[in-house]
Write a protein that binds this ligand. Structure first.
Ligand code: GLC
Length: 550
């Protein structure tokens, strides 16, 4: 079985990573130019978000051809060179498989629209008149999840954008087509796969209105999803490769099944519950400070629940859909460096496989855009209109977008203090963040105390210490909302990790025998243990992370 505990994955959003040909748009050659940078971080796998032919309504998550590379990103030769470049450096390339839907530009959908019954059965079409929407389900990007095609007298389902039509996994031909795609990329030397929103692929037999919600309860972790994943894995020979499923609104029980090696479905799951603790009443498009108690409880439930049932977590804060964590759960103004390091340590030292999203390792922040014309993301643009239609002022809507938009993570990678942050010679497709002169790779690589150096250290430690890669986890200070603390154990080894989630000083009374521990890692110079008068006290500075080793 593939050992995953000591591996680290780096995620690239190619459009914003590095532009090699001066068109303001990142590309595959740009990634190749930076492979030595990635090797320097000592990551094991590289996941790139989709670079396939696509109209790019959802930046490539609307795939029009799974076998061809979008010319904006390069050619198949570039892709082959990227795979080879990764293999030479012992980095495994992971491709992003968007299998819940295709672009409406995909040949299959075009044939369906042209009236070919065979291809209509590749998607989820329902007969009806324009006033009879099949169900009241909502698209995740806002508005109805159904679109009417007058020429056919039918509606089709799209859980995401109207240009992303959901595939019909009930149809064995669809499943065969998707397996072919996996085999194709596997044969090219790709070493793993990330499966986009893969827990919503299995729709219910009967489509009915959701009187309680937006419809997700009918298709999330749907009726045949485990069966389909087992079939996909078995028939493509990827059981021994690294595979991660992106799970939308999933449950612990299901993630145990998806990731327990005995089930032979996937190696691990992304779930997003811990990233909803700043959603007011579950609404992403609202403003709320993170609820630390809820965050802690989620980590406890998921870490311990997966551990007890032999499941495996993907550990992460950031990706191309999430605002930057330092701006979100940290304090990018007063404690930028401290909070970025604390947030890094808090997840990297848990049980699971950590993922680093481009720019996270240098503490990149939210974009702080102030005008709607600066946004590019389809979801943000849709919700801006929705917020206005709900009666919010422009200022209020922009404030919400500034905190919540996916574009916060899609700004160009900050390589240097040069023009356009060293991302491109030309005007980038989306604006560079103004702080790039202070926050950039070149600067941080020279500084042993930088966020970058701290990430490097975390990666190094995971490879060095079995207690991090294989140890058990047990949470401490469960009732204290301000501190995320846990203990890791493996044979004789023990680590105790304290993370101050707040910008205030915290004093803890602990039942630990201080003398038996030494400081392994931290983001403050001085030791926080107060051994004066034999008191068992620990003082944590704002956003301090302190890792003690027995
Ligand atoms: C996933 C992707 C996101 C995309 C959506 C639809 O959530 O991460 O970027 O918009 O799926 O494919």
């Amino acid at each position: 079985m593939l050992e995953l505990g000591n591996k680290v994955v780096y995620q690239i959003y190619p459009k914003s990573f590095k532009d090699s040909n001066g068109d303001g748009h990142g590309d595959i050659r740009g990634i190749i130019q930076k492979l030595d940078y990635l090797k320097g971080l000592d990551i094991d796998y590289l996941w790139i978000t989709p670079v396939f032919v696509s109209p790019m309504n959802d930046n490539g998550y609307d795939v029009a051809d799974y076998y061809r590379i979008n010319p904006r990103f390069g050619t198949m030769k570039d892709m082959d060179d990227l795979i080879a470049g990764c293999n030479e450096r012992n980095i495994g390339l992971m491709m992003d498989m968007v299998f819940n839907h295709t672009s409406t530009d995909h040949e299959w959908f075009r044939k369906a629209l042209a009236g070919e019954k065979e291809y209509q059965d590749y998607y989820i079409f329902r007969d009806g008149t324009p006033d009879q929407v099949p169900t009241n389900w909502q698209s995740k990007f806002g508005g109805s999840a159904w679109e009417y095609v007058p020429e056919l007298g039918k509606w089709y389902l799209h859980l995401y954008d109207v240009s992303q039509a959901d595939l019909n996994w009930e149809n064995p031909k669809v499943r065969e087509e998707l397996k072919k795609v996996i085999r194709f990329w596997k044969d090219k030397g790709v070493k793993g796969f990330r499966f986009d929103v893969v827990n919503v692929i299995s729709k219910p037999e009967v489509f009915e209105d959701d009187l309680e919600g937006d419809g997700r309860r009918f298709y999330t972790d749907g009726p045949h999803v485990h069966e389909y994943l087992k079939e996909l894995t078995a028939n493509t020979g990827i059981a021994d490769m690294i595979t991660v499923g992106e799970m939308s609104s999933t449950s612990l029980d299901n993630c145990v099944r998806y990731s327990n090696p005995e089930e032979k479905e996937l190696s691990m799951c992304f779930n997003f519950h811990h990233l909803k603790v700043d959603y007011k009443n579950g609404d992403k498009w609202s403003l709320m400070e993170p609820d630390h108690m809820a965050l802690k409880k989620l980590f406890e439930d998921w870490q311990e629940g997966m551990q007890e049932n032999n499941g495996w977590n993907a550990l992460f804060w950031c990706n191309h859909d999430q605002p930057r964590i330092v701006s979100r759960f940290g304090d990018e103004k007063r404690y930028w460096k401290e909070s970025a390091k604390m947030l890094a340590a808090s997840v990297h030292l848990m049980r699971g496989t950590p993922y680093i999203y481009q720019g996270e390792e240098i503490g990149m922040t939210n974009a702080h855009y102030t005008d709607i014309s600066q946004y590019r993301d389809v979801e943000s643009l849709n919700y801006y209109e929705i917020l206005l239609s709900e009666g919010k002022s422009k200022e209020e809507a922009l404030e919400i977008l500034a905190a919540k938009s996916r574009d916060n993570s899609r700004t160009p990678m900050q390589w240097s203090a040069e023009k356009n942050a060293g991302f491109s010679e030309a005007e980038p497709w989306i604006s560079v963040i103004e702080n790039y002169k202070d926050i950039n790779v070149e600067k941080e690589m020279q500084d042993p105390d930088s966020i970058y150096s701290f990430y490097k250290k975390l990666i190094e430690l995971r490879k060095e210490k079995a207690v991090i890669s294989q140890g058990t986890i047990e949470f401490l200070e469960r009732d204290n909302a301000d501190v995320l603390a846990y203990k890791r154990n493996y044979k004789e080894e023990e680590l105790v990790v304290f993370n101050n989630l707040t910008g205030g000083k915290i004093v803890l009374q602990m039942n630990l025998e201080w003398k038996t521990y030494h400081k392994l890692l931290g983001n403050y110079e001085s030791s926080s243990r107060d051994e004066k008068d034999g008191r068992n006290e620990i003082v944590l500075q704002p956003y301090e992370t302190l890792v003690l080793e027995k």
